[in-house]
Write a new protein. Sequence first.
Length: 157
Amino acid sequence: MKSFLIILFSLLIHAGAAFAQVQVSEPWIRATVPAQKTSGAYMQINAAKEARLVSVSTPVAGISEIHEMAMVNNVMKMGAIKGLDLPAGRAVELKPGGYHVMLLNLKRQLKEGETVPLTLVVEGPDKKRQSIEIKAVVRPIQATGATDAPAMHEMKH
């Protein structure tokens, strides 16, 4: 029985390591004014192995979409994309003016200083999906980027 428990514990440790392949740092959301129905969520995502961010959800928004902003014919265009590639070993930054998560149909005002839960769904090359539960800090309306104090979050299944 004791050897069975040791083997089981060893398997659980190795399984946990597989789920710690994606890290999220500096998650934040821009604050809103009372009647505002949209905001953006930003962060850095680093995958140890090739993966793809396929969806994001939060209880504060009716819809959450992965968006990109790009210059097209000297005009900045923004729109939803089906997913965002996360190359192995290279951080992908979601930031104002670039890739970001668009929060639509907000259910309430987002106030500076509060934290908001987000669930990111990441898909591996094998098409298996895993969730990352994070808390994003709401920053001032005029915020433009991350602070210097990184907060790391690892994937939870």
